[in-house]
Every structure is written in C-alpha cells, then in structure tokens.
Design a protein around this ligand. Sequence first.
Ligand SMILES: NC(=O)c1ccc[n+]([C@@H]2O[C@H](COP(=O)([O-])OP(=O)(O)OC[C@H]3O[C@@H](n4cnc5c(N)ncnc54)[C@H](O)[C@@H]3O)[C@@H](O)[C@H]2O)c1
Length: 327
Amino acid sequence: MTERKRILITGAAGFLGSHLCDRFIKEDYHVIGMDNLITGDLRNIEHLFKLENFEFYNHDVSKFVYVPGELHYILHFASPASPIDYLKIPIQTLKVGSLGTHNLLGLARNKKARMLIASTSEVYGDPNINPQPEEYWGNVNPVGPRGVYDEAKRFQEAITMAYHTFHGLETRIVRIFNTYGPRMRLNDGRVLPAFIGQALRGEPLTMFGDGSQTRSFCYVDDLIEGIYRLLHSDYAQPVNIGNPDEITIKQFGEEIIKLTGTNQELISLPLPTDDPKQRRPDITKAKAILGWEPKVSRSEGLKITLEYFKSLPEHEINHKDFTYYNK
Ligand SMILES: NC(=O)c1ccc[n+]([C@@H]2O[C@H](COP(=O)([O-])OP(=O)(O)OC[C@H]3O[C@@H](n4cnc5c(N)ncnc54)[C@H](O)[C@@H]3O)[C@@H](O)[C@H]2O)c1
C-alpha cells in the first residue's frame, strides 16, 4: 500500500478551503485543515471529522505554525476575502497575507513541501485593461479602504516568489477571480449572495452606481479543478483562474430576479471608493498550461447555489447585519 500524501489546507473552514478539503479527501490524501474560524464555519467541514484521513487544527496562521510529521503540500487559503470582512478586520487581513504567508513558507521549506497560495484578481486593482492577463501589473490604491487586502495579496505573491527564486522552494500562485457556490456566506457582502439574499427576503436589489460595472463569476467546482491542476503542474508564475463570461451588475441583478421568480426592483446606491469598473480574466495561460477552462454555465451554477441558500435556516436568510458591496 502506498502512503497517503499529506496536505495542509489553511482557511479550511471557509468557502473555498472546505471545497478543497473535500477534493483532496476524494483524491485519497491525508488532509490537515487549519483555521481560526474568524470568518469560517465548522459546519462546512463537520462531515469530514469522522474520517481517519482528516485532522483539524483551530489555529491562527499569523502566529507560529507547527504541524507534526511529513507534509508534501501546503495550500494557503486563510484570509478574509470579502470587503465586508476585510474592512472590519483590516489588521488581521494584512497579517494573514504577510506574517501568515511567511510562517507557512518557512514550514514548507522545513518540510520540503510544495506551497500554493490563493492570490486574487484584486492584485489588478481597478484595472485599466480588460480582460486582465497575468502580465498586467495592476492599478491599486495602497491607502484606500481596499488596500489592506490588495496590498497583502501583492506582498504575498512577492514573498512567495522570493522563496521560490532565493530558496528554490516549489511554489504555485493562483489568481482567483470571483467564485461562487454552496457554502458562501449569505451575508458576506459580496454581490452574488447579497442579491440572492435580498430576493429571498423580498427586498429591492441594491446595485452601486448605474450597475454598468462588470464582474465574471466562476462556479466553485471549476475553480477547484483549476487549482488541483495548477498544484500538480510545474509552473511557478501566477495563473488566472476564473470564468471569462462577463456580465454587468445590472444584467446580473435582472438574472437573479428572473431566477428567483421574484418581482423585485433594482435600486441604485452611491459607488463605494475604488470599486473596480471591470473584471474579466484572460485565461489563455490556464488553457495552455493546465488544459483548463470552466465547464459550468452561470445558469447551472446559480441554480445549485440558490438551492443551497434556500436550504439555510430562516433566521440566517433574514439576518441582515451587513452593508452591501458589489465585489
Ligand atoms: N471566493 C472568492 O471569490 C475569492 C476570490 C479571490 C481570492 N480568494 C481567496 O481565497 C481564499 C479563501 O477565500 P474564501 O472565499 O473561501 O473566504 P472565507 O472567508 O470563506 O474563508 C477564509 C477562511 O480563512 C480563515 N482565516 C482567516 N484568517 C485566518 C488566520 N489568521 N488563521 C487561520 N485561519 C484564518 C477564516 O476563518 C475562513 O475560514 C482567501 O485567501 C481569498 O483571498 C477568494
């Protein structure tokens, strides 16, 4: 019998981290989840606790990280990810992208593990070109409200690349574009759950400005497949993973109204500071290097996601302690 590969997944109780845990369990890895539950929820991984090839550490990765035994891979997905979260906890956001990444790179070096970091399309800021290829350096305001997230992620890429070139560490960088699916939080402030939540509660859908800003939404299973392929590739430069099917926020709101069979109005609120006007991944590299492209259409993915949100307890659907952002 061959020994199971051992993988550490940080942010394991979050939206993406929990789907990654599921995927690597399915591929028969020994999965070590780590999370401090600042934005995550143990319900996302509670089905894994009974398995002998799953362990969980409740730990803040911005503090020293120790994991006993061998490690072959590290996936660093711990970080607040929605504007609502990182505006509420800006210092923790900066720390997990910088100190947390440094701690995990040290661990990877010590264990001779390959490390993949979750970067983001936010490294492109409010982009001047559309779609955004990996070569684009971005248009980021370091001292604006989103700077705590965007700059933490840019630093994360820089230190990861430095460990790769200086220490010869095996590293991978995925730049994730807006991803959605089951286990997103209905009240995390991102546009997709915000619109669905409003429709389910019978409230008007709130878009910012005239809703002409664009986003491109990738279904979670497609993203996880892209990450799986990138981890096992030999490519150390950043790779965009996202769905290039671009839509304006206004059209998207109309789609959600149709999908939920409601009759809500779309109303306009003032634009938040530094709101990106357009977002669409150039996935030429992912296609060429990983043979990857998204398979799940927005209509299919939205149906599954809507069913998930509808299955939540009513008090969660009705909980509205948040502001909306069209992320
Ligand atoms: N979902 C997206 O569309 C998207 C897009 C771009 C990038 N990303 C990146 O993917 C990763 C996961 O995002 P998500 O959408 O799953 O968010 P999420 O908030 O659902 O998950 C993040 C998880 O990290 C944990 N965490 C945060 N700080 C921590 C710390 N210091 N120590 C240990 N655990 C900590 C949280 O408790 C949470 O469980 C993040 O790094 C995010 O920047 C996500």
